[in-house]
Design a protein around this ligand. Structure first.
Ligand code: ZN
Length: 674
């Protein structure tokens, strides 16, 4: 549960003006090619960007070949994720793509234009649901159009009836992941991680029977399986492995991992790849833990990757991992920033404003680096995280540490795309605040991500005997809040100046302002009218901002100011705001350390979910006038190996591919599932 998504970067303006000394090195590599075309497509509420892979050519031929085969292994997992998201996704995508590529009529027909928009939304969502709101997309073309087109491409009657229902019946498969309080989360979620007919009670009973609560090194139950109910009413797991569920796709992943292994940088990395292959072959979750430990401990390799069933946001109960892969290599100069934080990890833990009994006596192996992403795949594509902290298993993190990364070529692309979009002029209260953000938001935003990923998630401990899943459906939101609060609290600490990561004691105010503005107002742009906040990262930001507003009211710490009918966030006392962040961090850590479900539920339900309809309307109208897409994602570069017989002598990287061309190519070249 350790992604921070791109929302952190919606309003960044500054770039090369960032002044901190450690920052300068990484800036230099990224300012070349100012004519780079960052925008690949724009539709619905989405902007698709391109990202660069600076310094790819500085890798050795062996490293390039390793990256190449790992990217192939990454792309072969795509359809697993589509099928996990919803069982109808793959058949629907194939039909839609057939229509899209063979449409004989005028492409300017309103129906076809609306159909194209829907097609692009489905690609972006890896299925029929919005990647963030989890709601089903609403088609703007006619049912008659789809029916005629399905006939034209030769769809049989049953399939046609099903696909038409999928697209046009709003009640059918309405929500991918439902998190509504008091609902049966399994029965009401459309994701395909649980078979038909299962209830939440049955799923919980199944896993409760498996779990040995005295086991101090438990496997991640349910991580790599679909739970089903047989005709006899018996509940069982269909394991994702070779010979099991998704075997044809997993075989292709393994084939490319084997090729990559030949180019491993060292024995440790070779061992990691072998363990992953063993996991895919056996489905054994103990092997996955062995792999995760080896992976967490490998800090020597420059090329790195994740590949597997990782984050569990797609599961209403937070157990099964959505398939994803990111291949990357270390940005060595920029990594000095995160290495400095890591080197001081114990200091941060010891000075954290939480109850001492909830602190870690010894923070183990927090390794942090800044990376250059080479490919984004599965759950990380096209929408992608800007930071990752893995592995997720608590006991592994405690005993072996975790690896934390910041994807700086991704944040750089967001930043470049943000220049001059009018956001700050519309939403930021005054010129001095805008100037502060122009000077310091890029560095403080990146530091926020570093602190969140490499220290925040790794901080604190559970009291003995506390079930790590005790916070249930509220766990993800509270975990993100914990990491964000840790980052916010320390961004304002003089320690960051002392260790040379910031050069101005006021720099943190840029991030504080943006955080409150985003949590209370601007992120509401992503919510459809009448809807609540659902996604864990958004809930977390709203929780923190609203709580601080409420608890700072008497001292007027944060004000909402009205000017010409427009609402502005005004922060009157930044130091007091830091104090509030510290207080809330102490409370959220207490909730987590003691497994206080009821207090966690109340915090989330009171501050993180409900939207003020008037403010919501205002934010959406102001955004609409700016025409800024609320969500963004990426197309990948294209890697082309240069072969000499069977061996790779070079790999070329190119960036020009369009969004629809890339999606169609992936569907054509990397589709192993029926
Ligand atoms: Zn996180």
């Amino acid at each position: 549960m350790h992604n921070s998504d791109e929302m952190n970067h919606l309003s960044i303006l500054a770039a090369a003006t960032a002044a901190a000394s450690l920052w300068a090195c990484s800036q230099q590599q990224q300012t070349a090619e100012s004519d780079f075309d960052y925008t690949a497509d724009r539709f619905a509420d989405i902007e698709v960007l391109r990202y660069q892979v600076p310094d790819f050519d500085s890798l050795t031929v062996n490293q390039k070949a390793l990256v190449y085969y790992l990217t192939e292994a990454a792309l072969w997992g795509r359809d697993i994720m589509w099928d996990q998201n919803c069982a109808v996704n793959l058949p629907l995508r194939r039909a839609l793509e057939k229509i899209y590529t063979s449409y004989p009529g005028d492409k300017n027909d309103p129906d076809f234009k609306a159909f194209s928009k829907y097609m692009k939304q489905v690609w972006f969502g890896n299925g029929i649901h919005h990647h963030y709101s989890m709601d089903k997309f609403v088609p703007e073309f006619s049912q008659a159009f789809l029916e005629a087109e399905l006939d034209r491409i030769g769809t049989d009657a049953d399939t046609k009836a099903e696909l038409v229902r999928v697209v046009f019946d709003p009640e059918y498969l309405a929500k991918r992941v439902n998190q509504e309080d008091n609902a049966d989360l399994i029965a009401t979620s459309a994701c395909n991680l649980y078979g038909p007919g299962l209830t939440q009670a049955e799923v919980e009973a199944y896993y409760a029977a498996l779990k040995d609560t005295t086991d101090l090194t438990p496997v991640s139950y349910g991580l790599n399986s679909r739970l089903v109910k047989g005709a006899d009413g018996k509940v069982s797991e269909q394991v994702y492995k070779i010979g099991g569920l998704y075997s044809p796709a997993i075989e292709k992943i393994v084939e490319n991992l084997d090729k990559a292994k030949a180019y491993a940088e060292n024995d440790a990395q070779r061992h990691i790849i072998e363990k992953l292959v063993e996991f895919y072959t056996t489905g054994d979750l103990k092997t996955f833990d062995d792999y995760s430990i080896a992976w967490a401990e490998d800090t020597a390799s420059q090329v790195d990757f994740i590949n597997g069933f990782i984050e569990s946001y797609g599961d209403p109960l937070g157990m099964t991992g959505s398939w994803e892969s990111i291949v990357n290599f270390k940005n060595i100069p920029a990594s000095r920033r995160t290495e400095t934080l890591s080197a001081n990890a114990q200091w941060f833990e010891d000075h954290s404003p939480v109850d001492p009994s909830f602190r870690k006596d010894k923070v183990k192996g927090v390794s942090a680096k800044v990376i250059t992403a080479a490919i984004l795949a599965g759950d990380s594509y096209p929408a992608t995280p800007i930071g990752i902290n893995l592995p997720n298993a608590n006991w592994i993190r405690a005993a072996h540490g975790s690896k934390s990364v910041t994807l700086e070529n991704i944040t750089q692309a967001y930043d470049a795309a943000n220049h001059g979009n009018g956001f700050d002029e519309e939403f930021v209260i005054d010129e001095p605040t805008r100037q502060l953000m122009a000077d310091y938001l890029f560095i403080t935003d990146n530091l926020h991500t570093d602190l969140h990923e490499c220290l925040g998630h790794g901080s604190g401990r559970l009291l003995p005997g506390v079930d790590p899943d005790a916070l249930k459906a509220y766990g993800s939101t509270l975990e993100e809040a914990r990491a964000d609060l840790f980052a916010l609290y320390y961004l304002a600490d003089p320690k960051l100046l002392e260790i040379g990561l910031l050069d101005n004691p006021d720099a943190y105010k840029a991030e504080y302002y943006k955080y409150i503005l985003n949590g209370m107002m601007t992120q509401l742009n992503r919510i459809e009218p009448g809807k609540n906040v659902e996604e864990a990262h958004m809930r977390n930001r709203k929780l923190i901002a609203e709580w601080a507003y409420e608890h700072g009211k008497d001292a007027n710490v944060i004000e909402l100011v009205k000017r010409d009918g427009k609402t502005f966030v005004k922060i009157n006392d930044y130091e007091a705001l830091r104090g509030l962040f510290g207080q809330l961090l102490a409370e959220v850590q207490r909730i987590r350390s003691t497994g206080d479900f009821e207090a966690g539920r109340q915090l989330v339900e009171q501050y993180a979910v409900k939207v003020d309809p008037e403010l919501h309307k205002e934010v959406r109208e102001r955004y609409e006038a700016l025409d800024i897409a609320p969500y963004r994602g990426f197309v990948n570069p294209v890697y082309t190996p240069v072969m000499d017989g069977d061996s790779i002598v070079d790999v070329k990287v190119s960036y020009g591919e369009d969004y629809d061309a890339q999606m169609l190519r992936y569907s054509r070249d990397y589709s192993a599932l029926k």
